[in-house]
Design a binder for this molecule. Structure first.
Ligand code: NA7
Length: 540
């Protein structure tokens, strides 16, 4: 039978970050009636919310940018090697204007629920206004694309008394737009992941006193950020098409030249020189120095040892250096942190590292925090405590599919997707950068760009064939999810208590969520499925 009614939209896209904006553009170009909903009151997604001092991407700007439009990449000029949060926002604003996307974006509107109607072969989407420009309404759509991001559901720790603090409580991921003056304040930062390591040096420049509350030390490498020279800017623009091709062929979606075949087998002096060279160059390239670094524990230990040596060189107080030094942690099993001035910040007399393994965080009090058997008095308490990664943003929406089964129930034992793009039991739904995709283990812009094209092609395929429903089979999803797990097991990535395995959220099923097989292999598999007439999907 035909669908019981025509939906208002051909497609609804959720989220106005990198993936959502591009998705909207792609579907509109294909002639689909598309509406994008965004909870923030401006475009930018993750980069709209994470506006803490020092917020900056850990991929280089020439990599962390769209490649789908030759003129866009020729016209836009990045000012620095690594893009700052404000510059990324300016870029995405430019993209929204340039492609005339704003007319189809409803800002200040959060998607709260989405229910699949099998008779209508479409989704009923319920929204709630988050500000004056928003709208609380119900709309119907054929396709629903969740471009909700991988790291966009912020998490506060379950520490007793967190609501009792009389001073100011802040979260890096929800930083006030007007900024915060921390001069003369006594501040604590909880968390030393990428956000913590970026914000700590900037707060230390202002605060009268800064206590850094660290539970697990991680490896931090220097970014060596700097302005790009006009010569560099024009060189990359001239080479962009070939540059993008090389990126797409690179495991991480960024091309790095390896120093050799194996860190384990390399000559120790040459290996050290290779690490040193990449340390001086800056950024995550050090992790791509040898292909066995993420799969062979002995190889990884050579890099871990090098990085531990750097901490000892950079941090003056040996006790502080010891506390900052990761032990029994494979480099990369928690995301390698790329930063500026992190270790030297601990040489400032006004900065104290509090090791929560020695002095556990017992409670937040009206005056500050109680760690071990002391109370630290504070004016400002900053949480840089991470996200309910990958599944969090999807499960924050009340999604129900065939027979009213909720996504939360379907994923009770961990997420299951087909290619990280579709979910069995949830027809006409697509996820971008979610579980089962390599998004967080790669240059996410390269990853989602190809996802967007793939979904756009599928939407066009449906239209060409008069199909109103596409559904990933349970078997295809089961096989892909098993494959994701198997690939991860061949690496060292499963070895840590990281957000990759959901370990940072109490009660979350411990499942390695991202696809660790690298970007080229992932896209090859996605393309193969499409070429075989969307193998693993059925159409009505
Ligand atoms: P992360 O990397 O998840 O870091 C969160 C930090 O907060 C990390 O140091 C955690 O320690 C710490 N944390 C979390 N809960 C607690 C509690 N209860 N007590 C003390 N400390 C806690 O998030 P980020 O925002 O820094 O970075 C996320 C990604 O964004 C990053 O990987 C980049 O891709 C960009 P733990 O390690 O769990 O012991």
């Amino acid at each position: 039978p035909a669908p019981s009614r025509e939906p208002e939209y051909d497609a609804v896209v959720v989220g106005a970050g990198f993936a959502g904006l591009h998705m909207l553009h792609r579907l509109r170009t294909a002639g689909l009636r598309t509406r994008l909903f965004e909870a923030g009151d401006a475009v930018g997604g993750t980069w709209f919310w994470n506006r803490y001092p020092g917020a900056r991407c850990d991929f280089e700007s020439v990599d962390y940018s769209y490649g789908f439009d030759a003129e866009l990449q020729r016209d836009w000029t990045w000012s620095e090697r690594y893009p700052s949060q404000p510059e990324i926002l300016r870029y995405l604003d430019h993209v929204a204007d340039r492609f005339g996307l704003r007319a189809d974006i409803r800002l200040s509107t959060r998607v709260c629920a989405a229910h699949y109607d099998g008779d209508a072969r479409g989704w009923t989407v319920r929204t709630a206004a988050t500000g004056p420009a928003g709208r609380t309404e119900e709309v119907t759509t054929r396709l629903l694309i969740m471009a909700t991001g991988a790291l966009s559901a912020p998490r506060l720790p379950d520490v007793p008394g967190i609501d009792t603090f009389a001073g100011r409580t802040l979260q890096t991921s929800l930083w006030p737009r007007e900024g915060v003056d921390l001069r003369g304040e006594r501040v604590a930062v909880v968390g030393t992941g990428s956000s913590g390591a970026q914000v700590v040096p900037r707060i230390a420049e202002q605060a009268e006193r800064l206590h850094v509350l660290q539970r697990t030390p991680v490896y931090v490498v220097p970014a060596h950020n700097r302005p790009l020279t006009p010569a560099e800017q024009s060189a990359v623009k001239e080479d962009y098409p070939a540059y993008r091709d090389r990126s797409r062929e690179a495991f991480l979606g960024v091309h790095f030249d390896p120093a050799g075949e194996s860190a384990a087998a390399a000559d120790p002096d040459e290996r050290r020189a290779a690490y040193e060279e990449r340390w001086r160059a800056g950024g995550a390239s050090i992790l791509a120095c040898y292909p066995d670094l993420l799969v062979d524990a002995a190889a990884n230990e050579t890099l871990a040892d090098f990085l531990r040596g750097k901490i000892a060189e950079l941090v003056v107080d040996p006790e502080t250096a010891r506390r900052l030094t990761p032990r029994d942690l494979a480099v990369g099993s928690k995301r390698l942190v790329v930063e500026t001035d992190y270790y030297p910040t601990f040489n400032r007399p006004s900065v104290e590292l509090v090791d929560l393994r020695e002095e556990p965080l017992a409670e937040v009090t009206p005056r500050g925090v109680r760690v071990g058997d002391r109370e630290i008095e504070l004016d400002v308490l900053v949480f840089a405590t991470g996200f309910d990664a990958l599944t969090g943003p999807l499960l924050a929406v009340d999604v129900s599919g065939v027979d009213g089964v909720s996504l939360a129930d379907a994923w009770a034992d961990g997420p299951s997707t087909y290619l990280g793009l579709a979910v069995a039991g949830f027809p006409n739904l697509f996820t971008v950068a979610g579980p089962g995709s390599p998004s967080v283990l790669s240059n996410v812009v390269r990853c989602t760009e190809e996802n967007v094209e793939w979904i756009g092609d599928l939407a066009e395929h449906m239209r060409a064939h008069g199909a109103t429903e596409v559904h990933a089979s349970a078997e295809a999803a089961k096989d892909w999810t098993a494959h994701v797990g198997e690939v991860a097991e061949t690496t060292l990535l499963t070895s840590a208590n990281s957000w990759y395995v959901g370990a940072n959220v109490p009660g979350k099923p411990r499942v390695f969520m991202p696809y660790a097989g690298g970007l080229p292999e992932y896209h090859r598999r996605c393309a193969e499925v499409a070429e075989r007439g969307y193998e693993g999907f059925s159409f009505r």
